[in-house]
Design a protein around this ligand. Sequence first.
Ligand code: NAD
Ligand code: IPM
Ligand code: MN
Length: 360
Amino acid sequence: MKYNIAVIPGDGIGPEIVGEAQRVLDAVGKKFGHEFNYTKVLMGGCSIDVHGVPLTEEALQTCKDSDSVLLGAVGGNVGMSNWYNRPPQERPEAGLLALRKGLELFANIRPAYLYPELKDRCPLRDEVIGEGFDMVIMRELTGGLYFGKRFTEEVNGVQKATDTLTYDENEIRRIAIKGFEIARKRRHKVISVDKANVLDSSRLWRKVVEEVAKEYPDVELSHMLVDNCAMQLVKTPGQFDVILTENMFGDILSDEASEVTGSIGMLSSASLGATKLGLYEPSHGSAPDIAGLGIANPIATILSAAMMLRYSFDMKEEPDAIENAVKQVLADGYRTGDIWSEGCKKVGTTEMGAAIIERL
Ligand code: NAD
Ligand code: IPM
Ligand code: MN
């Protein structure tokens, strides 16, 4: 079968890691008899350089017309043009937010799994790691602080900046349903994370999540305050199955969860909405500090491509094959710099991609 994929390499390490994910997809296509057609789309700083805006209408339309979107990362304080000497809505990251909103991708799934082979890269003590951990962060992606009213003004000669955090019950309900649905396919446990001791939006969040939970009697629901959750993630990570949370909390907690899996270079993500069209991207950024050096870890992006096959194309064997190849490559001792430890083979981005393809 033929699949049309919009590919957004983006900025920094984006083109390097996306290139490996595409090579892996091509190898999967060859092995399983699928045809993946790619349409390259500019978004982020590279789009500002060419078009003066981080996301053009045409670029968004190309994504809408595709079966799915694969993205590297955008932004970074490098580059010849002054990407950050511009109003906030014209900067690289604004392109990403407009894309998520434009495709109505309200549910962001970020799985944080500790591969046994990477146990020595986990900064936690052995007794804290225990049997390891395997959690999913279900992050709301098109509401909250990211999309509320924001403005800067001067009041009586004093500068003042405002950002607003708003959720309506429908936005909460649809992400909660996604959270419970995914818990049903896992260990049947949802921990909803909020700040209900302070925020009205969190109190509504809790109320709606409890209503949704009634439809899922087979799933155990509990609530946790976000500050406690940040602590529990490094104290007892094994307790988490599905973390259900709002946009900003999910952004912060997923970076934290990534580091306990060994590196943010391992953390994949899928952004989904009401249709099969999804956006697949690593949870990390454009890593300007290592861009162009050929040392970035492509695994998060490759695992995101596997999620694309699973969630957008309803495949099973194919994503399993990619995930097994990643496991095998780690078992065989291949490591990019971010996950390297004594006695392992240090490889660059393309060598890691090639080693995964060999094991497909
Ligand atoms: P970052 O995730 O880019 O980098 C943080 C650290 O992790 C750096 O030391 C980097 O070298 C390392 N790192 C990240 N990915 C790696 C990989 N695959 N392999 C090895 N090491 C890796 O975060 P940052 O430095 O805060 O942000 C840089 C830029 O990226 C900013 O402009 C930010 O807005 C943007 N950003 C974009 C996305 C996205 O496009 N989805 C996500 C996060 C940040
Ligand atoms: C992420 C990133 C983005 C976010 C930025 C670049 C807008 O940090 O995907 O985690 O905050 O969602
Ligand atoms: Mn982030």
